[in-house]
Ligand binder design. Structure first.
Ligand code: ADP
Length: 366
């Protein structure tokens, strides 16, 4: 079996623990050694007690917890070659030549660069006498597999990212809770949800909660939207609806590309319609709580596949991402996904929304 290191990096999300657990247990099951690397790339650079050999029990009782028990971090050191050189040394000390990176596109990009740079890092370590040339030969290739952990579902190449479904559960719970109080008082609620430049969470939450209106970055409202919104709300009230729910994605913009904020909508409605209007910004609640059954299974399936992908890797296999395609867990080239994700961001920046949605593909079709 091979020697695997697993780490979580960047923003955390629910279901990362399920993935870590599956990697450890599948790894042990097929005869690999699996190390847990704590605090993302920082732990890899710092080494020592940040890199620990896992056994079957190390990952007991974590499938149900949110966040990531092995810690996650942003790490400036890893962006520079000296940091990566030290990280390589720490991995080599333990014979780790296989990595599973659970993170977003930044973390996966870093892992891929590390893989490409690996042989030159080995060369430098041999030259400076820190490792033997025999060690360098034994550990000549670094295999990399990525798993996407993110609540935003903003990564191209997988239909769902680990954590999105749980975040939707948090949002829907919050809307349902607000519903009961809002309808007692005939209120209007404006709720801001996360997603950065991606409106997936807002759109799906709106569909699932019978919201009256949703603002997402991919589809800015047409000029004159203020009138249309107020007309729609007034119409709902005249039909006897006792409350209104409006969902705003945190990246929402108007027809001129200016941000649309929950406060701005509240002001509009309370001025024009005189409705009692409240703003709720869900924030980190969306990343919290226990992972849903879907995210636990997604983490398990992706983690197990990651181990198989590493065992089958050759020096010529490019780094891959384990992704969900329809109902199937598949391997897709990491760099293609990262490149397409960057293209989407560029299209969004240029306000080419149709192109962005098409590039993102089926994973965005709600
Ligand atoms: P995410 O993985 O969620 O997109 P970041 O973009 O913050 O989050 O990346 C997390 C970490 O990954 C960074 O703090 C850094 O250590 C590493 N990283 C990101 N991009 C690169 C890169 N181009 N080269 C090397 N390391 C990187």
């Amino acid at each position: 079996g091979c020697v695997i290191g697993v780490f979580t990096s960047g923003g955390d999300s629910q279901g990362m623990n399920a993935a870590t657990r599956a990697i450890v247990r599948m790894g042990i099951y097929v005869g690999c050694k699996v190390y847990l690397i704590k605090e993302g790339y920082q732990g890899m650079v710092d080494g020592g007690s940040n890199i620990v050999l896992a056994d079957w029990k190390s990952v007991s009782n974590i499938i149900q917890s949110g966040g990531t028990i092995i810690g996650s971090a942003r790490c400036a050191d890893f962006r520079e070659r000296p940091g990566r050189l030290q990280a390589a040394y720490n991995l080599l000390e333990r014979g780790i030549t296989n990595l599973v990176c659970i993170g977003g596109d930044g973390s996966l990009t870093g892992a891929n660069l590390f893989r490409i740079e690996w042989s030159s890092l080995l060369e430098e370590l041999v030259k400076t006498g820190r490792i033997t040339s025999q060690k360098a030969q034994e550990c000549a290739h670094l295999n990399v597999v990525g798993l996407v952990g993110s609540i935003d579902n903003d990564f191209c190449g997988t239909d769902m990212t680990i954590g999105t479904d749980s975040a939707l559960h948090r949002i829907i719970e919050a809307i349902d809770n607000i519903n009961t109080t809002a309808s007692s008082h005939q209120r209007c609620f404006v709720m801001e949800v996360m997603g950065r430049h991606c409106g997936y969470l807002a759109l799906v939450a709106a569909l699932a909660s019978e919201a009256d209106w949703v603002f997402i970055p991919e589809s800015p409202p047409e000029k004159g939207w203020e009138d249309k919104l107020c007309e729609k709300l007034a119409q709902e009230r005249s039909l006897g609806q006792r409350l209104n729910i409006i969902i705003v994605s945190e990246g929402a913009i108007d027809e001129e590309g200016r941000p649309i904020t929950a406060d701005q909508i509240k002001d509009l409605i309370s001025k024009r319609l005189k409705y009692d209007t409240r703003v709720t910004i869900l924030g980190h609640v969306q990343r919290g709580g226990n992972p849903s059954a879907f995210d636990r299974l997604l983490g398990c399936r992706m983690g197990a596949e990651a181990v198989l992908a590493l065992m089958e890797a050759t020096p010529f296999t490019p780094a891959c991402v384990i992704s969900l395609n329809g109902n199937q867990i598949v391997r897709v080239p990491l760099m293609e996904c990262v490149a397409r994700t960057k293209e989407v961001q560029a299209a969004m920046d240029k306000k080419e929304f149709q192109k962005a949605v098409e590039l993102r593909g089926r994973d965005f079709v709600a």
